[in-house]
Design a binder for this molecule. Structure first.
Ligand code: KE4
Length: 428
């Protein structure tokens, strides 16, 4: 494929923007080479600045569940722009989006809109600390919740469960209030609560992990999360930024039967525009300024153009649910990938929940970061490029999930499987 324009634009980008990207996930760091510069998108397709077409399995890292340029979303945004870009004041759309979220997710009685998933998780943690008066938070290795200082923390030394910064600029003082536990390990969580329970404000977790590749929780782990937090007076924060409205209209919590105290959302609720949200029990949310004393604010929170895209997207998902079709398409893709890898003699496993799927280059299905990080990332990189050269745009890291959209078709899934067969043949 000719990517001359892309290379020229990206060369200039690297002079203007750190790493040439406005988010490191896009930089192709895990697969090598240079990212592609895109020009436009429609349905399941992306088109780069050189006119090459790709079948999109990233969907802007999750938001584009309906596919690109869905007519209803496009019309809603066009109509909103004609009225105003932004007021910095209440608008009817904020109520409409809040209503849709509250109706879809029973554990959310009240919700605050923000402009990104990071803002949502950052605010939820501050609220949990303000509500409980406690300092400690618990997260899990392999879970990503945005670039919040207190969550950019790696597991501490084996002796201490307290975290250590995993980014320059995060202070030791911040990291020491974060405890990093092992995902799917109830005993580790029990041990942590036994030692620190009275100081823990909240536990935040991905209900279906997307950020170490797709990893699912065990029933025992889910029970430990809910029981231990309730027993020790800590809040359970379910980070559904990726899974919200993705794996089901009610999010992963509706599939897993877990009732968190707070939920964070993003991605799909903006339909591709910048929207995040955090919400939960009314008695907790009422602590947020100006109803309560926990400060949180945002110039473009609830922006009318962004909320218009989110409202149109959620209404489409509510009124014409695509989830059964997404399940069929995604199961077809998963089966095809597994069979193709097996025929090529390549050790792979898959984990899938609805239209969220990861093909791990590993003989064992990961259950936590320790097992996920044993995947053959260099083989994944070669697979990524072999597929890209066949017009299939996959996540540029083994530790991400791919997403099938409602704009995909069985024929396009079969094209993807055919490309995978050719790609696996090049790997073995
Ligand atoms: P944003 O701030 O990027 O909108 O959301 C942060 C976030 C929070 N929680 C979960 C579970 C998330 O997956 C994310 C962001 N996901 C990454 C992809 N795995 C976004 C891609 C990027 O960082 O550019």
């Amino acid at each position: 494929m000719n990517r001359t324009q892309s290379q020229q634009i990206f060369a200039r980008a690297k002079e203007l923007i750190p790493g040439g990207v406005n988010s490191p996930a896009r930089a192709f760091g895990a697969v090598g080479g240079e990212p592609i510069v895109f020009d436009r998108a429609t349905g399941p397709y992306l088109f780069d600045v050189d006119g090459n077409r790709y079948l999109d399995y990233i969907g802007s890292w999750g938001p584009m569940i309906l596919g690109h340029q869905h007519p209803a979303v496009l019309a809603a945004v066009r109509e909103a722009i004609e009225r105003a870009f932004s007021f910095g004041a209440p608008t009817p759309g904020e109520n409409q989006l809040a209503e849709l979220i509250v109706e879809a997710v029973p554990s959310i009685e009240m919700v605050r809109l923000v402009s990104s998933g990071t803002e949502a998780t950052m605010s939820a943690l501050r609220l949990a600390r303000g509500f409980t008066g406690r300092d400690r938070i618990v997260k899990f290795a392999g879970n990503y919740h945005g670039h919040v200082d207190s969550l950019l923390v790696a597991a501490g030394s084996s002796a201490a469960t307290l975290g250590v910064p995993n980014s320059p600029g995060v202070t030791a003082g911040t990291a020491q209030d974060t405890i990093v536990c092992r995902y799917n390990d109830p005993t580790d969580l029990e041990r942590t609560f036994a030692a620190e329970g009275s100081q823990i404000a909240a536990v935040i977790f991905e209900p279906v992990v997307g950020n170490m590749g797709c990893v699912v929780p065990t029933p025992e782990f889910l029970a430990a999360l809910r029981n231990l937090t309730r027993q020790h007076g800590a809040l359970l924060i379910c980070d559904e930024v990726m899974t919200g409205f993705r794996v089901a209209y009610g999010g992963a919590q509706s599939l897993l039967g877990i009732e968190p105290d707070l939920t964070t959302l993003g991605k799909i609720i903006g339909g591709g525009m910048p929207v995040g949200a955090y919400g939960g029990r009314r008695e907790i949310m009422q602590h947020i300024l100006p109803a309560g004393k926990v400060f949180q604010a945002g110039t473009l929170s609830g922006n009318p153009v962004a909320t218009a895209a989110g409202i149109a997207t959620l209404r489409e998902l509510r009124d014409r649910p695509p989830y059964a079709r997404l399940e069929e398409l995604s199961a077809r893709l998963e089966l095809g990938l597994v069979q193709s890898a097996r025929e090529a003699g390549i050790a792979c496993t898959t984990t899938r929940v609805g239209s969220m799927l990861t093909l791990f280059f590993s003989a064992t299905r990961p259950t936590d970061w320790t097992t996920a990080s044993q995947s053959d990332t260099s083989r994944y990189a070669r697979y990524f490029w072999a597929m890209l050269d066949r017009g299939i745009y996959l996540p540029c890291s083994q530790y991400e999930a791919l997403f099938v959209s409602a704009a995909h078709t069985p024929e396009l899934i079969d094209e993807t499987i055919a490309a995978a067969k050719e790609s696996f043949a090049k790997l073995s």
